[in-house]
Design a protein around this ligand. Structure first.
Ligand code: 8YV
Length: 315
């Protein structure tokens, strides 16, 4: 049987390219990364997309591929994909949940520790020789025993909350409805949650409903002693409001792995002394990226074998 034709979006590691090329006829985008630059003949060959990255996967792109059957997303979040359009055209969708939960939760906790104890600044204090010349580093803030609020208690939010239990955190959360939780306090709005905690962690999945869910009002409720950690998506936080809150110290600080505009983030972030900034790397370990690639391929194989997708996106 001829191998299915697969169009790869994004940068893949060599092990993914090797594995994909064994079972698929691979096609790559041109340097412009614009799928509409491909010839109509080549577009007509494509049966599947291996989608990676955060560029919009629009109705226009899908419609330019008349024989597209499946979009296999490399990532748990699929906010860049026009899901409604894909499903209306009968194009199947899959994502890569679960396999990245631990790494994302680990980084959220690491960012929280890094920000609260200013680990990057303290490291620079040593490497710059200031420790010897100027003495002890300025005092930082404690993490253990603080009140931690999670916005979105899905798989990743729950994994972050569980990691904070050994830190003796008092745990609070906001979700669409109360969950079965071991003594954690439910709040029915993000602002009420923020008003009750010292540390607010955004772990909600991004969609039109959650865009801007961490609004100026929420940041003000968090208050001048509060810190924000975001490992979800830039659009879940009102970024203009966040920059203003950080500039005017209306919140104490923010640890951010995600931004409105990546990788060229708003330059005002670079001037702030109360942030810890990461390059959207929460799932970026060799171990997890191998598992994500495997799950992406397993979904593609399931589709072409005529069996149910392992991790379908259904809307
Ligand atoms: C990306 C992510 O998939 O899983 C997600 O939703 O944001 C990441 O793990 C990764 O950056 C590749 O685009």
């Amino acid at each position: 049987m001829p191998e299915p034709h697969l169009l790869c979006f994004g940068d893949y590691d060599p092990w993914d390219i090797d594995a994909m090329s064994q079972d698929f006829e691979l096609h790559w985008l041109s340097a412009s990364h614009d799928p509409l630059d491909m010839s109509a003949d080549e577009r007509a060959l494509i049966q599947a997309f291996a989608f990676k990255g955060h560029d919009p996967m629009s109705a226009e792109i899908m419609d330019a591929f008349p024989n597209l059957e499946i979009i296999a997303n490399f990532g748990v979040g699929y906010d860049s994909i026009d899901v409604a359009h894909a499903l209306s055209r009968g194009i199947k969708l899959s994502n890569t949940p679960d396999v990245l939960t631990d790494d994302v939760a680990d980084l959220a906790v690491g960012m929280l520790l890094g920000l609260s104890r200013d680990i990057p600044g303290a490291s620079h204090w040593v490497t710059s020789g200031q420790w010897g010349q100027e003495g002890a580093y300025p005092l930082q803030r404690t993490v253990s025993g603080q009140k931690v609020g999670i916005v979105g208690l899905g798989r990743i939010g729950r994994a972050i909350a569980e990691r904070m239990v050994p830190f003796q955190s008092e745990l609070h959360y906001y979700a669409r409805s109360a969950k079965d939780t071991p003594g954690w306090t439910y709040h029915d709005s993000p602002a009420t949650l923020a008003a009750h905690v010292d540390i607010l962690v955004v772990a909600v999945s991004a969609n039109p409903e959650t865009a801007g869910i961490v609004s100026r009002e929420v940041l003000d409720a968090l208050g001048p002693d509060g810190v924000l950690v975001n490992i979800s998506r830039g659009i879940t936080v009102d970024e203009e409001g966040l920059i203003s809150a950080l500039q005017h110290k209306r919140i104490r600080g923010a640890a951010l792995d995600v931004f409105y505009s990546e990788p060229n983030i708003d330059e005002r972030f670079l001037e702030l002394d109360n942030v810890l900034l990461q390059p959207h790397q929460s799932s970026a370990t060799v171990e997890t990226r191998k598992k994500m690639g495997q799950l992406q391929r397993d979904n593609l194989h399931a589709h072409f074998a005529g069996t149910p997708l392992l991790t379908p996106v259904t809307g």
